[in-house]
Design a protein around this ligand. Sequence first.
Ligand SMILES: Cc1ncc(COP(=O)(O)O)c(C=O)c1O
Length: 392
Amino acid sequence: MTVAIKVPLLDLKAQHETMRDDIAAAMAEVVESQWFIMGPNVSALEEEIAQYAGVKHAIGCGSGSDALLLALMAIGVGHGDEVICPSYTFFATAGAIYRLGAKPVFVDIDPVTYNICIDSLKEKAKGCTSLKAIIPVHLYGQACDLTGVLEVAKEYDIPVIEDAAQAIGTKDENGTLVGSRGTMGCFSFFPSKNLGGYGDGGIVTTNDDELADLLRILRVHGSKPKYYHKYSGVNSRLDALQAAVLRVKLPYLESWHEARQRNAALYNELFTAEGATDSSSALSDGGFPLRTPKGVDGNSRHIYNQYCIRVPKECRDELRAHLTANDIGTEVYYPVPLHLQECFADLGCKEGELPHTELAALETLALPIYPELTEEQIRYVATTIIEFLKTQ
Ligand SMILES: Cc1ncc(COP(=O)(O)O)c(C=O)c1O
């Protein structure tokens, strides 16, 4: 009898099994101490992440979304300001801008990397009248063209806030870890991230001493000393229990990146053997109707928080349903670009405005890529996709 293979999009239990006792001990220590807010685990994690990311300061907070919010607050973004960001990203990138009364100015993506397109960025920046910052995103765990972004920011003399929520350990074209070249870097410890907590969590990185101090004040309601408020901040601290869990997990992070890269390489090999090419050619160029993620350039490092393929829009959702029927989990990151979201209707964006973004939203599909996947599971996913596409 053959045993049916199941491949969830993510299997957090598989990872937990490998460190169950250490996690339980770390959590028990926090519970015994009854020190739940800030404290030694949070400070130690902040130091460890600063060292890992190659920056002077890391400031823990409640989530990756809050990291973005705090970073924008720290540079004084408010009513009437404009902040440029991609439309092809998770909601929080633009949500943080909008929540502060500022206007997200959406730019298109480079269809090869799904990251911010520098030409689109230049064009949109020209049309702004009160541009305050740029938030590029290192989507799926692949670095954006940070050098290009920093050049534009320099021209306008504005800060760059790197949305590195999906990209802890990602390296840019210079081999530099993301979150260290921009004014600030924002990371998420959401459970599905390469370094995921057991709940929400986030951190802001910076090399700027004054910004670091301000971020530490803003995350505790803006008070320093306690009960004296020069600023109106928020309540957004990294939970001590989360910090304890993340400290157990951090030493494994490099090996998880490597496992994800190995998994990606096997998918690439299996799809390429059928004639698939990478995303540097469009599906409209013909050939086998699948595009793998573009390979790594120069000294960059993709940590594959997500492994997204492109397939023709006419069959993407049908393929997804077929995979679900075969016990294979997938996801579409993201089906509705932010410039077309209902809540941003007042910004007046129109369909067709960001063509590469809109096409990617219809063609991409994220496959299981988590470190604990077996070769058999990867082969099963690839074969199921290839067989489906051959019938199209
Ligand atoms: C690109 C991006 N930015 C921001 C966030 C927000 O992080 P969090 O879920 O920790 O609030 C996420 C999380 O999925 C993300 O993927």
